[in-house]
Ligand binder design. Structure first.
Ligand SMILES: [Zn+2]
Length: 106
């Protein structure tokens, strides 16, 4: 097993590039979390080298909704869905009345 990383060999530690032949020819699979890393399995389509690629995870802030915002968003969504349902129902009623009117049945 040969190890490459940014400390030991910066030139041979570029994402998407094979650490053995240097070609940009890695095919990835898997993908899983391990402590501070996200890890992908790779195989080089050029030379057949296989291994794993480590991607360091760093904290970069939050994106969030407060419970109140969640409630408001859910309420708006429900209102929109209800309005949509009413417009569909009204259209069906209008068409059904047209059919009845066509046959003189009101
Ligand atoms: Zn290779």
């Amino acid at each position: 097993m040969t190890y490459f990383n940014n400390e030991t060999d910066a030139n041979n530690s570029k994402p998407f590039h094979c650490p053995h032949c240097g070609e940009k020819s890695l095919s990835y699979s898997g993908g899983y979390l391990n402590d501070d890393y996200y890890i992908y399995d790779f195989v080089c389509r050029n030379c057949g080298t296989t291994g794993v690629e480590y991607n360091l995870l760093t904290f970069n802030g939050y994106e969030y909704n407060t419970p109140k915002e969640e409630d408001e968003a859910a309420k708006q969504e429900e209102i929109e869905a209800a309005k949509h349902a009413i417009s569909i129902a009204e259209e069906r009623i209008r068409k059904a009345k047209e059919v009845l009117a066509m046959y003189g049945e009101e």
